[in-house]
Ligand binder design. Structure first.
Ligand code: BT5
Length: 330
């Protein structure tokens, strides 16, 4: 569907970019892409509606003046500095959930490093059946397919790795100091700027793939957001006081993901756990943890090598929490 539409749009953009210093006639585009001139005109109108500034002069043709901050592959690919993550990008203007799409692609054999990006999600997924608010053309919603050669019980290290990489990307990009909240929220000024949802497909002793789902609030304004989320969410634009180039941020994020995933693959989990602890600073904190409908109060001791939270409850008992939500006690 959308991919095909985008394919033709991108082909037109590609030709216009090649002719950056002059006009390209409708006739030439029509000949090279084997479509009618009316079809090209319709595509150009569509591209304009997406924010492309395209000048058209009768008899001279078309010229690309300016491109918007879109995340389509032809805008993103030339910028990427990664070796393998994002070499194939599946782009959608809108989709139910990038994670669901990536899962489907991975089942059909998509390779490690393939990425699904959407401009908006209709059913963006949070953890535990919750929703991720995903307004169009303002944030980043992406899913990366990984095929790590590790046993399933280590999969949560991949989640910690992704949280570290996302926090590192936000830190490098903004100069601010994001904090990780167990298990995988990234906060700026105690508000959530990014959330991660990782989904695993495995058998008893082997992981087939992990879908790393990452949502980062970049240019989302408070006016776009419901009251419920507003008090707990923030965006890079809000924290930095300027509009964010989503393409540039994406480049930074994919670069960090590649670096940290390779560090994990080469050196193991210790390096990830250390980086996670440095950015979470949860050890010794008084917390309330909600897990499977039960709320536990206590002091966070650490995360273990499987990413579980170790809590010392008020009664002095040690508990290991594998899934849930943390609130810092005031
Ligand atoms: C998460 O869940 O934080 C995981 C979010 C993962 C989203 C990405 S986007 C790309 C990929 N494809 C998907 O379908 N999902 C992933 P959780 O910890 O359960 O947090 C969800 C809660 O955060 C919601 O119940 C809201 O209270 C709040 N929330 C929803 N949208 C938000 C947003 N844009 N910014 C900040 N908070 C939000």
């Amino acid at each position: 569907m959308v991919v095909r539409t985008i394919g033709m749009d991108e082909a037109i953009l590609q030709l216009l970019r090649e002719r950056s210093s002059g006009f390209l006639s409708g006739e030439e585009i029509s000949r090279r892409l084997k479509v009618t001139r009316t079809a090209i005109w319709k595509r150009v109108e569509r591209l304009r509606s997406l924010g492309y500034e395209i000048k058209a002069i009768p008899r001279a043709g078309y010229r690309l003046i300016r491109s918007p901050d879109l995340l389509i592959p032809s805008e993103v690919n030339p910028l990427l500095e990664t070796k393998w993550i994002g070499k194939t990008i599946h782009f959608f203007e809108t989709i139910d959930s990038t994670n669901a799409k990536a899962y489907e692609l991975a089942l059909r054999g998509a390779r490690e490093g393939e990425v699904v990006i959407a401009e908006s999600q209709k059913k963006g997924k949070g953890r535990l059946g919750r929703q991720w608010f995903s307004p169009p053309f303002s944030n980043l919603y992406l899913s990366v397919i990984l095929r790590p050669k590790i046993p399933p019980h280590q999969a949560s290290l991949i989640t910690l790795m992704a949280a570290v990489a996302t926090a590192e990307a936000i830190g490098k990009f903004s100069g601010l100091a994001p904090r990780i909240k167990w298990p995988n929220d990234v906060l700026l000024n105690d508000r959530k700027v990014a959330g991660l949802l990782n989904e695993i497909h495995s058998e008893a002793d082997r992981i087939h793939f992990v879908i790393l789902g990452i949502g980062v609030n970049l240019n989302m304004d408070e006016s776009m957001v419901s009251k419920e989320i507003r008090s707990r969410a923030t965006s890079l634009k809000k924290e930095m006081g300027q509009t964010i180039s989503r393409k540039d941020f994406l480049r930074t994020l994919l670069g960090e993901l590649e670096t940290w995933y390779e560090a994990f693959s080469d050196e193991g989990g210790t390096i990830i756990l250390k980086a996670w602890r440095d950015r979470a600073q949860i050890q010794g904190k008084q917390v309330n943890v909600t897990s499977f409908g039960e709320t536990l109060r206590g002091v966070a001791i650490d995360v273990d090598s499987d990413g579980a939270l170790i809590l010392e409850t008020e009664g002095g008992e040690k508990k290991r929490v594998v899934a849930g939500d943390v609130e810092y006690a005031k």
